[in-house]
Design a protein around this ligand. Structure first.
Ligand SMILES: NC(=O)c1ccc[n+]([C@@H]2O[C@H](COP(=O)([O-])OP(=O)(O)OC[C@H]3O[C@@H](n4cnc5c(N)ncnc54)[C@H](OP(=O)(O)O)[C@@H]3O)[C@@H](O)[C@H]2O)c1
Length: 373
């Protein structure tokens, strides 16, 4: 009986001539995935009784669909996801949007061999994919050949989840996020789609939770107002707040997002905790193509302070995101095989309290921001 590694190796052999030898050598030389203990387990309920992920750290899936127009091969993605598993990550987040189905297919190919009750999987609704001769222009490098239309109705929500199950090849999804329902993304059609979701997707997801089809739902968005709208209009369990709570930018979440969620017992999954790589030194900030004025200088100063305290900014950024009690999980993305294990390791490194005190003294982070103990 071939091991999982051997199977991947054989599958990859057919295209070996096309793929960089070094990446494949990594697959050839590795033994079975070790069954590492899950990292950062926690209770699945907040004090308000809402479900939260049982793991405080997970793997984001946007780069694995070719995000930021950076291509990543099937073999590389399998290695990244295997390494995340080996490092003990048991929470995985993907979306139909990431690579127009590509990220979901890849997650499914990696995860379908694991026992279904040994990990948590979130995906998203809001876009229906339909086959196309060629994909439309998007932010994805080499996406699948599908078109997409926004639909936040009840029937589209069910259909999207069923489509995701087929792409994933996995019989259940734990958490569903209502994706990119924001004025920045939908522009003039935002209000119409918000109304559609309030009448459609949101009650339908509550119904699916009550039916036991999913465990929890919430918004998966890059800005705050849609989360506050959903909190008022429906009964979400948790939200995926991306670009909203990072070392670089967090005051609005501290002042508005966390208090509103706390009073309802709703938790926050932090997406883009590294500002899409900016906090690892990349020349890109989130997903807009522009870096806000002064942010490179701010990053440089924080890097200096980190170095002086024998730590690094990526480690500090990940721990910072996990510190607030409202945060139930942090899900950095990865595009290279070494990154998941490094990120897991960062969560157990001790950072001196003086580092955080210095960031506050220089007003580089908010005085009110919780910092890791
Ligand atoms: N609206 C939404 O629902 C929404 C929006 C955004 C994100 N999300 C979720 O949140 C997840 C995380 O966001 P993200 O992936 O966009 O951004 P991120 O986690 O802020 O940054 C990921 C990038 O950081 C770099 N990186 C990660 N680990 C590293 C390491 N150990 N060493 C050096 N560099 C490292 C990599 O850059 P390189 O690629 O350059 O190597 C990687 O692609 C997403 O994958 C997605 O699941 C959801």
């Amino acid at each position: 009986m071939p091991s999982r590694r051997q199977f991947i190796t054989h599958a990859a052999t057919g295209t070996a001539a096309l793929v960089a030898g070094s990446a494949l050598m990594g697959l050839f030389s590795r033994a079975h995935a070790q069954n590492a203990a899950p990292i950062m387990p926690q209770s699945t309920q907040t004090s308000g009784g809402k479900w939260r992920p049982p793991y405080r750290f997970g793997q984001g899936g946007a780069p694995l669909g070719g995000g930021s127009m950076l291509e990543v091969s099937d073999a590389e993605v399998l290695e990244i996801l295997d390494n995340a598993w080996d490092a003990g990550m048991r929470y995985y987040d993907t979306s139909p949007w990431y690579g127009l189905g590509l990220s979901e297919r890849r997650f499914g190919y990696s995860l379908h061999r694991q026992p279904r009750d040994s990990y948590i999987l979130s995906t998203k609704i809001g876009r229906i994919l339909t086959p196309a001769d060629a994909p439309p222009e998007t932010q994805w490098a080499n996406p699948d050949s599908f078109n997409y239309t926004y639909d936040y109705s009840a029937s589209a929500t069910r259909r999207s989840i069923e489509d995701s199950l087929q792409r994933l090849g996995i019989p259940s999804i734990d958490v569903v996020f209502v994706h990119d329902l924001t004025p920045e993304n939908l522009k003039g059609e935002y209000e119409q789609h918000m109304q559609e979701a309030i009448k459609g997707a949101m009650p339908e997801l509550t119904k699916m939770r009550e039916e036991g089809i999913i465990k929890a739902w919430g918004m998966g968005v890059n800005s705050l107002p849609p989360i506050l709208r959903a909190n008022e209009a429906a009964d979400p369990d948790l939200h995926l707040a991306a670009c909203q709570y990072t070392l670089m930018d967090h005051t609005e979440s501290l002042q508005k997002l966390f208090p509103d969620c706390d009073k309802r017992g709703i938790s926050i999954v932090v997406g883009s905790p590294l500002n899409n790589g900016f906090l690892c030194g990349r020349d890109r900030y989130n997903y807009s193509g522009t870096i806000p004025d002064g942010f490179k200088e701010k990053r440089a100063r924080m890097q200096q302070i980190a170095k002086a305290h024998d730590t690094d900014l990526r480690t500090a950024a990940l721990q910072f995101c996990a510190a607030p009690s409202t945060v139930s999980s942090v899900i950095p993305g990865a595009r290279k095989a070494h990154q998941p294990a490094e990120n897991v390791k960062s969560m157990s490194v001790r950072i001196p309290a003086d580092f955080w005190a210095e960031l506050k003294a220089e007003k580089l982070i908010d005085e009110a921001a919780p910092t890791p103990a």
